[in-house]
Ligand binder design. Structure first.
Ligand code: DMJ
Length: 458
């Protein structure tokens, strides 16, 4: 018997996989959530102490060897993991460790470095991390560090379109690479708008708003955006419309700017983009739902690969009012999590096979579970996050921290722990399981990197 497209998909995704909903809800009744929260907190404290001993002030600990790696500089360190961890430590009540980290920032954080960084990564991780650490600590010196860093990134936005160059030298301000993308154009306003609010300087909000609006104005007649665009000319370089990497957090920040600032213009842009995505990119097959990549001009389907980064999208859809689609998409990812234990970086729905077998210790499915849970408090989302946490503890834990997987099919680890691990999934698990009094579960805002910009209860 030949494999038709339909049988490949059915065999690839659906065959033999029970929908996990009922198992999750039943399990939820018997779980001790506070104990699970304590387990998360204990893992965070242990990992921090490893970092404190072996990689203090470095960007990333190497969790297998105990060494260190640099990011976002190629060489040299800015204290990335330390800064990303700070608000998580505070929310967990790990107060002496938090104070130790704040003291390091005040004594050692120095961005006057002759080295090139990604404008986008530096903003979401370091500017965002410092802002949330400032809001958690109330320390003005931490805000001054965030502002100094943003000032070093600001010249990247000085282009004819208002889209930032992708890279900038922190000391010389030399810029490089105008071939940018929606995520690296439009993932700024919540952090930079907060910086404007805290400093009284409107420039941060104005340049980042301008970039987001200018990108929206270059949408196609179908209201879709592509994947690559030239910051000097505004010409599209790649017409592939996707909800995944290179586009993902643009859509997230349109909604977030409404959520955090009540910005109606951004909410209108979110609605227009989301309606187009729902019209042209949704695939429903064999009881599952996912999003194909299409040509932004013609709407013609290009591929049905899903990168793991896309799994955040179910949470965003629910936040924006499209709950049923968001739930269905998150359940699609939950099914893949049940199959692989840890999600592969990329999966092809037409063959039912991973196309990239690694996993860089990704938080996105826990992010979606967290956002869904904030909306409806269904035990299903706690259960999904618990599965994510327990799988991570089983397969990603190494001698000196938590590690990427080089291959989810064999569970072979890689000697790397990304900075976002400290800011994202550990915080989502903790907030979902602990019911901490330090967080306002009704009025809050977390950035794409999990940094809390609203919702601390001090
Ligand atoms: C994080 O840095 C952010 O969530 C970003 O928006 C994309 N994904 C990584 C983690 O996978």
């Amino acid at each position: 018997m030949g494999w038709t497209r339909r049988t490949v998909v059915a065999g690839g995704i659906a065959a033999g996989l029970a929908r996990p909903v009922s198992a999750g809800v039943n399990g939820a009744a018997t779980r001790d959530w506070r104990a699970l929260g304590e387990a998360v907190r204990a893992e965070m404290a242990w990992a921090w102490d490893q970092y404190r001993t072996r990689a203090w002030g470095k960007d990333e600990i190497r969790p297998i060897s105990g060494g260190a790696s640099s990011f976002p500089l190629k060489t040299g360190h800015l204290g990335l993991s330390l800064i990303e961890a700070l608000d998580t430590l505070w929310l967990m009540g790990l107060d002496s460790r938090f104070a130790d980290g704040i003291a390091w920032v005040k004594a050692h954080a120095d961005f006057d470095v002759d080295g090139e960084v990604s404008v986008f990564e530096t903003s979401i991780r370091l500017v965002g991390g410092l802002l949330s650490a400032h809001l958690a600590s109330g320390d003005a010196a931490v805000l001054a560090r965030a502002r100094d860093l943003a000032d070093r990134l600001l010249p990247a936005f000085d282009t004819p379109t208002g889209f930032p160059y992708r890279y900038i030298n922190l000391r010389t301000r030399a810029v490089r690479d105008p071939a940018t993308n929606p995520a690296e154009i439009g993932t700024f306003l919540p952090e930079w708008g907060t910086l404007s609010r805290l400093t009284g300087d409107p420039r941060y909000r104005d340049v980042t708003r301008r970039a987001s609006v200018a990108l929206f104005s270059r949408r196609s007649k179908l209201d879709l955006l592509g994947t690559r665009i030239d910051a000097r000319t505004g010409e599209w370089l790649d017409r592939r419309a996707t909800i995944g990497s290179y586009a993902d957090s643009y859509y997230e920040y349109l909604w977030d700017s409404w959520q955090l600032f009540g910005n109606r213009e951004m909410r209108r842009m979110y609605r227009t983009c989301t309606d187009a995505i729902l019209r042209h990119q949704v695939v429903r097959r064999d009881g599952f739902l996912w999003f194909r990549d299409v040509d932004m001009v013609t709407g013609v389907a290009l591929n049905e690969r899903q990168d793991e980064l896309s799994s955040y999208y179910g949470g965003l859809l629910a936040q924006g009012g499209d709950r049923a689609v968001g739930v269905a998409y998150t359940e699609f990812w939950a099914t893949l999590q049940d199959r692989y234990g840890i999600l592969p970086e990329e999966f092809d729905c037409t063959t039912g096979k991973p196309t990239q077998v690694g996993n860089a210790l990704r938080p996105e499915l826990a992010d979606a579970a967290f956002n869904l849970w904030l909306l409806d408090r269904s035990p299903r989302w706690r259960e999904l996050a618990a599965t994510h946490f327990e799988a991570m503890r089983r397969w990603n834990k190494a001698a000196h921290g938590y590690a990427d997987l080089a291959d989810v099919t064999t569970k072979r680890q890689a000697d790397h722990c990304p900075g976002y691990w400290w800011s994202e999934q550990m915080k989502y698990y903790w907030l979902m399981f602990s019911d901490t009094p330090r967080f306002d579960y009704k009025r809050n805002y977390l950035t794409t990197e999990g940094n809390v910009l609203l919702g601390f209860r001090r």
